[in-house]
Ligand binder design. Structure first.
Ligand SMILES: Nc1ncnc2c1ncn2[C@@H]1O[C@H](COP(=O)(O)OP(=O)(O)O)[C@@H](O)[C@H]1O
Ligand SMILES: Cc1cn([C@H]2C[C@H](O)[C@@H](COP(=O)(O)O)O2)c(=O)[nH]c1=O
Length: 216
């Protein structure tokens, strides 16, 4: 039975890499897929992994009707066996409904990849709809780690290394950005709740208040 599968995890846990691997394994067996993405860091119409691989993709702009796109492609004689969607959190809920229709009416597997929650721990609308509609939810196996060594479960947005909690839901960016830039850091829930990033934890550890008393 064809399925709508939602592979989710924090930022930097290997979602795009897995998307590329699934595509590679299927194309190695002669299957043909369509890859959709939205607002990848590498630019429009790209699916990129931090392992260095990048492939062309169809930019799923807000006004792109995904079911109609695939039907039109097939009516031109192109074969489509499966669909991959990266950065699925950025899709509109209606586009996720279109993906469910692709599975049910066109009989294709759809593999969607994305983060579930934003920097304020709120579900992205696209991810919420995927959780509601997916046949299967898969949590990525390669767990990202918080600076404390615990499993990272949340995405923090940082400015100058400090966690921020105000701002637009969507700001394309990356982990390991220089201190001045808007960036992201994955944290365990305990440190996300306390707004403790690696930079602020490091600064606190160096503070004279917590240094052991030495000779005068
Ligand atoms: N230099 C590296 N060597 C080995 N693995 C790396 C390296 N850089 C990144 N990775 C792996 O790639 C993962 C990020 O992959 P990516 O597919 O870009 O993540 P996501 O799409 O979930 O944000 C990291 O968690 C890490 O496992
Ligand atoms: C938490 C959070 C993330 N984003 C953006 C930042 C990146 O461009 C993507 C996630 O990409 P990845 O391949 O999973 O690393 O989402 C955002 O816009 N808003 C947020 O709150």
């Amino acid at each position: 039975m064809p399925e709508l599968v939602f592979f989710s995890g924090t930022m930097d846990c290997g979602k795009s890499t897995l998307a590329l691997q699934i595509g590679h394994n299927r194309s190695a067996r002669g299957l043909q897929g369509v890859i959709f993405t939205r607002d990848d860091r590498a630019g429009e119409g790209k699916l990129s992994s931090r392992l260095g691989l990048v492939t062309d993709a169809v930019e799923a702009a807000p006004d792109l009707e995904l079911y109609g796109y695939l039907v039109e492609k097939m009516s031109r004689g192109d074969r489509v066996d499966y669909v991959i969607v990266d950065e699925a959190q950025f899709l509109a809920p209606a586009q996720i409904d279109q993906l469910a229709r692709v599975v049910d009416d066109l009989g294709m597997d759809v593999f969607a990849f994305g983060i579930t929650t934003d920097f304020r721990t709120k579900l992205f609308p696209g991810s919420q709809r995927l959780i509601e509609l997916a046949d299967r939810l898969e949590t990525l196996q390669v767990e990202a780690m918080c600076w404390c060594g615990a499993r990272a479960t949340h995405n923090a947005r940082t400015v100058g290394g400090k966690m921020v909690v105000e701002g637009e839901q969507v700001v394309v960016g990356d982990v390991d950005r220089s201190a001045e830039e808007v960036g992201y850091e994955v944290l365990c829930r305990r440190h996300h709740r306390r707004h403790m990033t690696s930079a602020t934890a490091h600064a606190a550890a160096l503070s004279p208040d917590v240094l052991p008393a030495g000779p005068a």
